[in-house]
Design a protein around this ligand. Structure first.
Ligand SMILES: Cc1cc2nc3c(=O)[nH]c(=O)nc-3n(C[C@H](O)[C@H](O)[C@H](O)COP(=O)(O)OP(=O)(O)OC[C@H]3O[C@@H](n4cnc5c(N)ncnc54)[C@H](O)[C@@H]3O)c2cc1C
Length: 521
């Protein structure tokens, strides 16, 4: 009865994507989700009576291929929703606004020179993003592999880069690991514009504008969607994406159980070595399967569910050393009325509070030493404007991603530390929305520590594990598990901790399913 071809642990979007591809390919699939709702960090939940929000609040690179393959449109998801304007807020109402995307985008609030330069910069980044785009949906070759097929991926990447031409190729190699600060200073004068354009390279990571590493690569990753990195709120909200994924999964025959916390991946040992043969829930219920696919983070998968006694010590060390501490907190406000932002008619864009690059850098400095930023920087959306079902009639939800807030507070995340953080965040919003306090019916702030506990993600990390050079591509999450298979035969990974990484994109779920199907055929 409880026997399946594939068990997926975790009903976040990647688990649902992977399970649906496998079910379409003929597998009998079971998805086990610990929470009572599907969607993981994108699940919509009530945070105050009548007010709902999801931790992930906008879409910017959900894969159009995944949407098409899984026929999400026929389950009510529209990937083409018009993107929102990006607004860099200024307390005097002198905002920098980037509306639309690509060559048709309109930039206002900056000099002619910056506006002209932006066009060149945007086209250059687009050419770079196009080089990388196909590889986000491909399995990365194994390091040291002599397989012709695997090495073909490297060759393909080399050809794509060569096709950029000598000048662009050189530029690509130069800027790929450049600190955001350098790239911005080379191109623009306006500090506000620099902060706005750097934001998507930094959010979700332990990196600030002056950190050399993967900021520009993260930016290019986020430009892989149909709107080239512009953010949107799908019709019906983020919950419509999860509903459509659930609809597609169920229509393909996937069985789904919520409130089903897996506490063990069962391992069978015989003369051929170890192999997984199923999972055990915390209720004691056992499910068996030919393969288990973990859509949860790598540390929880190996250290908690597999157990270090079943793994090589070097592998255990590498998993333990993964950088998984999150630095983004989530603010949800239940508001009695639409907030009035200084200098904005309707707050229907993505509003960024960081009016210069150093504001982001200084906010990071506090967090590096285990303190929440004294002057937090953030992005804000009002999701109830496009999805009125999130709040009672006439009332609204304000949703904000707040940086930088460390997973480990140096004095622990006490109620006092959380209240101090909440007050600092509201103070920062008040400079742009003077009457915000009068409109707040209820507010909650979720630190990365809370996200870890409530959403079952180690470190409460945006990408499950940092997207830094040491943990990207063929090293994600580590080189022994970067092709979705793991050192335990029959056990695979398909969550944000695998290539290409996190964000609501569906890449890891897609790639893991394709890899498993290849092995089966
Ligand atoms: C503060 C914050 C804001 C973000 N905002 C955005 C945004 O606006 N846009 C965007 O694109 N991305 C955003 N992200 C990133 C995005 O939400 C994640 O990268 C994405 O949700 C990862 O999807 P996933 O399916 O791999 O994992 P998850 O969404 O984490 O889902 C994993 C699922 O596994 C379940 N699970 C865990 N352990 C077990 C177990 N033992 N048994 C059974 N089930 C288990 C969890 O309950 C969860 O449902 C944000 C992330 C954070 C932290």
């Amino acid at each position: 009865m409880n026997n399946y071809d594939t068990i997926i642990i975790g009903g976040g979007h990647n688990g649902l994507v992977c399970g649906t591809y496998l079910a379409k390919n003929g597998d009998k699939v079971l998805v086990l989700e610990a929470s009572d709702e599907l969607g993981g960090l994108a699940a919509t939940r009530e945070f105050a009576p009548g007010f709902k929000a999801s931790v992930a609040h906008t879409l910017f690179h959900f894969s159009d291929k995944v949407a098409k393959d899984l026929k999400l449109a026929s389950h009510g998801f529209d990937i083409n929703t018009r993107p929102m304007a990006n607004v860099s807020l200024n307390a005097n109402g002198e905002h920098v606004i980037l509306d639309g995307w690509g060559s048709s985008s309109k930039l206002s609030g900056v000099s002619e020179k910056d506006a002209e330069k932006y066009r060149e910069y945007q086209q250059l980044l687009k050419r770079f993003a196009d080089v990388l785009k196909p590889f986000w949906l491909k399995t990365m070759p194994r390091i040291g592999s002599s397989s012709f097929k695997e090495n073909l991926t490297f060759a393909h990447l080399g050809i794509k880069m060569r096709m950029l031409g000598r000048k662009d190729m050189g530029e690509f190699m130069r800027v790929a690991t450049l600190p955001a600060r350098d790239l911005m200073d080379e191109n623009f004068d306006s500090e506000q514009l620099k902060a706005l354009l750097s934001w998507d390279g930094l959010i979700g990571s332990k990196m600030a504008p002056r950190s050399p590493n993967a900021t520009i690569l993260a930016l290019l990753y986020r430009m892989s969607g149909i709107h080239e990195g512009a953010h949107s709120l799908p019709t019906g909200g983020i919950k419509n994406l999860i509903k459509a994924l659930q609809g597609s999964a169920t229509a393909s025959g996937v069985e789904i159980k919520t409130s089903a916390m897996v506490n063990k991946i069962t391992i069978q040992a015989d003369e051929n070595g170890l192999k997984t043969n199923g999972v055990e829930l915390d209720s004691g219920e056992i499910f068996t399967a030919t393969r288990v696919v973990s859509a949860i983070d790598p540390q929880r998968t190996f250290l908690d569910l597999v157990g270090v006694q079943n793994l090589e010590i070097d592998f255990v060390h590498r998993i333990k050393r993964l950088r998984c501490d999150g630095y983004v907190a989530k603010l949800h406000l239940a508001l009695s009325d639409l907030p009035k932002f200084v200098g904005l008619d309707i707050p229907d864009g993505r509003m960024v509070i960081a009016d210069e690059l150093d504001a982001i850098e200084f906010a990071f400095d506090d967090a590096k030493y285990g303190e929440a930023s004294k002057k937090p920087v953030m992005e804000i959306v009002i999701p109830s404007l496009s999805d009125p079902s999130l709040a009672p009639s006439g009332q609204h939800v304000l949703s904000a991603h707040v940086m930088y807030v460390p997973y480990k507070h140096k004095d622990g995340w006490t109620e006092k530390a959380k209240t101090q953080l909440y007050e600092r965040v509201i103070d920062a919003i008040e400079r742009h929305v003077p009457d915000i306090r009068e409109k707040i019916i209820h507010g909650e702030i979720l630190t990365p520590f809370d996200l870890d506990k409530n959403y079952h993600v180690n470190g409460g990390h945006w990408h499950h594990t940092e997207m830094s050079m040491s943990q990207m591509l063929m090293m994600r999450p580590t080189y022994e598990a970067a092709q979705y298979s793991t050192p335990i035969p029959g056990l695979y990974l398909c969550g944000a901790g695998s290539h290409p990484g996190g964000g609501l994109m569906g890449g890891p779920g897609h790639n893991a399913a394709k890899e498993i199907m290849k092995e089966k055929s």
